[in-house]
Design a protein around this ligand. Structure first.
Ligand code: BGC
Length: 754
């Protein structure tokens, strides 16, 4: 009896200790403001975010106002846990809130392809496939899943603001950050980022779209001056932002490092106020890229609302500028209004993030689905793929650490791999942020798991002759090749680095059944293309990359992705055959982490003249009559599709219907694309993508696709009127499965005289 009650007592003690520990853990894990129940009329949820923002601003002192407009320095990024301000969670940025008013801390994390930089804090987050892979799906549901996952993991880890959503167009295909972005077309990129960020914000975290604008290469990014004319930028890069901002209701836009037509982007009135805030109707706030603020009054009056990560210009200097009347209190209140109305609208006050371990398996599922939907089949001669899992006897897997890993993109988008870098010795061209990072996802294992009757052997591919030796005696050779890329630098050219072209050629010479799997951040050239039988572009495929690749190689998933950017045959065909980079790179080229590096940039300034204008990507190839290696919108499937019965009905928003039929023996999804060529008077000798739909089709099935064309996407931007215009005349409609394969053609006329 006594023993029983002693045991009972003991379990009670254990339970209480457990509960107390859990209580301490949970309360410590939350920032102080979450413990205090915020009071004040602005906590009334029935009021509009604008009203609530005004009410709370009305209670703030000047010092409190200034404190919300800048970060505390570079510590968040450079230091480890010990160097952080008390409440910072160690994301890329932190702005302390104001507990007396219930204003939450702003905890920002980079999150372009998942929540970044967790390792030093012992945090796990899903490493998603790169943004360019997401864009290759052309699937708004994929974009929503991508954004929702990032949003929910940010919350789980305690963050309430994302620094993701990169959307700079692939104007310069050597750009080191293409992997973070969504390709070369403004409508595709804008819609994908719009869907992603909307879903992210629905999780209760502030989203961000960046880098505004025309930061289309990394070389000289902090001091290069981009020159481009108004119409060209409005119809290309800025159109992507316009669509993204409008479709998502995004809370933050990050202005970029570079100058645009003579002014730094973060103090460029045309960009920030005239276009973003007035024309696009953006109600959120403009946050500077890290170290991209260069002035106080000029920046504040141009439309910058928040300096990050430091306080050089928007700390005491801004207070002084307000006190001496250079910046009016009304503008200061506008900055705060934009930040606080966003915090209310997204739910930061009412529904602050909790803290828990992210659902790893949910993350895996999204990561794998995105990779499967985003991997592009570029070549498949004689039905080489899919491989017959059970009849195949020998497979050579070659190169790119495919025995243990898949490649990651680097820089601020880096999601740390669980368990550390899968290839611990930095290999390959070291991108700026450190060595090349690999995720523990082994294609060798997933291939072995499919080909149960086969002998699957691995060769590192470092010696082409030995790799060819293994390939020679195998039924098929699967060569993995890679191109590392990172923020902070561009690729010197479009070639695969480290003799990988020679490797592919040697293997292909030894085995007629050579399949190449590319893990690249952007387009590369393929001098060996005619000698291999199949090519898959897997991009940086994320933590479940190996599973996705094997599912496609063996036909468990029928590829449906299409290229969101053009692959050139050679650099000679690019608008700028040489990367614009004068003077040669030096320390000032780097991200301004290092206090003594970039402020002395002026002497190094150079122009990047975008005289190709709005002819970005496929528009350039069309206008110049050049043949790409693989065109925009292109991607194969294991089945085939036929297009028929195009009907175009003119009107305010012209309607297009057509039929797509699956003419093969496998179910699949076709991304049916609608392009429009404008009347000649518009001076645009190329077509534009204006609509698309991804159609799921069983074998033999046909579906009618009905799409309405948004008149905005058919319009041109008339600079002297500063307005979009739908020009009267004949419009040609082209429909098909890629920008260079449009079997259906129709026309509609827009009436009126000009
Ligand atoms: C990058 C941004 C990033 C920021 C914070 C900058 O160098 O350009 O994309 O969000 O750092 O890490």
């Amino acid at each position: 009896m006594r023993l029983r009650s002693a045991a009972k007592l003991l379990s009670l003690v254990i339970l209480s200790v457990g509960l107390i520990t859990m209580f301490i853990f949970l309360t410590r894990a939350q920032s102080p403001r979450q413990k205090e129940k915020p009071k004040g009329p602005w906590m009334d949820k029935s009021l509009s975010p604008d009203k609530r923002a005004d009410l709370v601003i009305g209670q703030m002192t000047l010092d409190e106002k200034i404190s919300l407009l800048h970060g505390g320095g570079w510590k968040e990024l450079l230091g480890g846990p010990d160097t952080l301000p008390t409440r910072s969670l160690g994301g890329a940025g932190f702005i302390p809130g104001i507990p007396r008013l219930g204003i939450p801390d702003l905890q920002m994390s980079d999150a372009a392809v998942g929540v970044a930089r967790g390792a030093v804090f012992g945090r796990y987050a899903t490493a998603l496939p790169s943004g360019v892979s997401e864009a290759s799906s052309w699937d708004l549901q994929v974009a929503r899943d991508y954004g929702a996952l990032i949003g929910s993991e940010l919350r789980d880890l305690g963050f309430n603001m994302s620094l993701g959503g990169g959307i700079n167009l692939t104007r310069e295909p050597r750009n080191g950050r293409i992997f973070e972005y969504k390709g070369e077309d403004p409508i595709l990129a804008g819609k994908m980022v719009g869907a992603e960020v909307k879903a992210e914000q629905e999780q209760g975290v502030i989203g961000d779209i960046k880098h505004y604008a025309l930061n289309d290469q990394e070389s000289g990014r902090t001091f290069a001056n981009v020159k481009i004319d108004t119409r060209a930028m409005r119809e290309s890069d800025l159109l992507a932002f316009e669509i993204g901002v409008k479709e998502s209701g995004v809370g933050a836009v990050m202005c970029s490092y570079n100058l645009l037509n003579g002014d730094y982007a973060c103090e460029n009135k045309y960009l920030l106020t005239d276009v973003l805030k007035k024309d696009f109707g953006f109600q959120g706030f403009v946050v500077s890229d890290w170290g991209a603020t260069h002035s106080t009054t000029k920046a504040a009056l141009a439309g910058l609302d928040m300096e990050m990560p430091g306080n050089e210009h928007f700390g005491d200097a801004l207070k002084k500028a307000v006190e001496n009347g250079e910046v009016l209190m009304s503008r200061l209140d506008d900055m705060l209004h934009r930040i606080l109305r966003t915090e209310f609208a997204v739910g930061l006050f009412d529904n602050p993030p909790g803290r828990k371990v992210p659902d790893i398996f949910a993350g895996f599922r999204v990561a794998q689905r995105v990779a499967e939907q985003g991997t592009v089949l570029l070549k498949n001669a004689n039905g080489q793929l899919p491989l017959q899992a059970l009849s195949i006897k020998t497979i050579a897997v070659i190169g790119s650490h495919a025995d243990i890993a898949v490649l990651s993109g680097g820089g601020s988008a880096q999601v740390d791999p669980p368990g550390g870098n899968a290839v611990p010795t930095p290999s390959g061209t070291a991108p700026f942020f450190g060595g090349v990072v690999w995720f523990p996802s082994s294609p060798l294992k997933t291939i072995r798991a499919k080909a149960l009757n086969a002998k699957v052997e691995y060769n590192a591919g470092t010696d082409p002759a030995s790799a060819a030796g293994l390939a020679k005696g195998s039924d098929v050779a699967i060569v993995f090749v890679n191109q590392p890329a990172s923020e902070g630098g561009d690729a010197p050219n479009l070639s695969l680095p480290e003799n990988q072209d020679q490797l592919v050629s040697a293997v292909a010479a030894a085995n007629p059944h050579t399949i190449v799997v590319l893990e690249t951040g952007g387009p590369v050239t393929m001098p060996w293309i005619d000698s291999v039988s199949a090519v898959l572009e897997a991009w940086y495929p994320g933590i479940k990359g190996a599973d996705a690749i094997a599912n496609i190689l063996f036909g468990d998933v029928n590829p449906s992705a299409k290229l969101p950017l053009t692959f050139a045959k050679s650099e000679v065909d690019l608008p700028h055959p040489m990367l614009t980079m004068q003077p040669p790179p030096g320390p000032g080229d780097m991200r301004p982490f290092f206090p003594d590096a970039p402020s002395k940039e002026n002497s190094r300034r150079f122009d990047i003249v975008y005289d190709e204008g709005l002819k970005v990507g496929y528009k350039w190839y069309d206008a110049e009559g050049k043949e790409p290696l693989f065109p925009f919108g292109y991607g194969l499937s294991y089945t085939t599709y036929a297009y028929s019965a195009l009907k175009v009905t003119p009107g305010q928003a012209p309607a297009v219907t057509f039929t797509v039929k699956n003419t093969g023996a496998r179910g699949g999804a076709e991304v049916a694309q609608v392009y429009v060529a404008l009347p000649q008077a518009d001076g645009e000798p190329f077509k534009r993508l204006v609509a698309w739909e991804k159609v799921q089709l069983a074998p033999g099935e046909a579906k009618t696709v009905a799409l309405t064309l948004d008149p905005h996407y058919l319009s041109i931007f008339t600079a002297d009127k500063s307005a979009w215009e739908l020009v009267p005349g004949d419009y040609k409609v082209l429909v098909g499965g890629s920008s260079r394969e449009t079997p259906l053609m129709g026309t509609f006329r827009v009436k009126g005289g000009r």
